[in-house]
Design a protein. Structure first.
Length: 153
């Protein structure tokens, strides 16, 4: 089965509506942003998750999710964050640590997911979200997020 890659998601319907000039500009800007360090956006997202998600996780959920690196990429922007959950909360994952799970999605799909407008299964089957890596860990993460409900209203 062919799974969409980052380039396929970049050229999805919302992006295809752009003029050829804007699409080339967006692609070029994405290539530049993709080379930037992941630590600053990862730090910001970790602090947000410490406030929004961490208080809603029980001890069992924290234990199940702890110690694994998750990388999330917003396709259009090329922005990536690398996070892991440890005893103190969410933290920036070390650059050398291989991610257990890589999630790539369009910005609108991620926004619908965190607001509870769509679930991960639907976005996956619409090919608006791609998960690669440890599928068992991915299911634990998905089921945990489903159980606690929308992160943002």
């Amino acid at each position: 089965m062919n799974r969409p890659g980052p380039g396929d998601l970049l050229h999805s319907a919302p992006m295809a509506a752009l003029s050829p000039f804007l699409l080339r500009a967006a692609t070029g800007l994405r290539a530049i942003v993709r080379r930037l360090p992941v630590e600053p956006p990862s730090f910001v997202v970790a602090r947000v998750l410490d406030r929004v998600l961490l208080p809603r996780l029980d001890a069992g959920q924290r234990q199940a999710l702890a110690g694994r690196v998750v990388e999330v990429e917003v396709i259009e922007a090329g922005v990536r964050v690398r996070l892991q959950l440890d005893m103190g909360g969410f933290a920036v994952a070390a650059g050398a640590a291989a991610p257990a799970l890589v999630i790539r999605a369009r910005a609108d799909a991620l926004w619908r997911l965190v607001r509870g407008r769509d679930d991960a299964d639907r976005l996956f089957f619409e090919q608006a979200l791609v998960m690669e890596g440890d599928t068992e860990y991915g299911l634990v993460l998905k089921n945990t997020l489903d159980a606690i409900g929308p992160l943002w209203n």
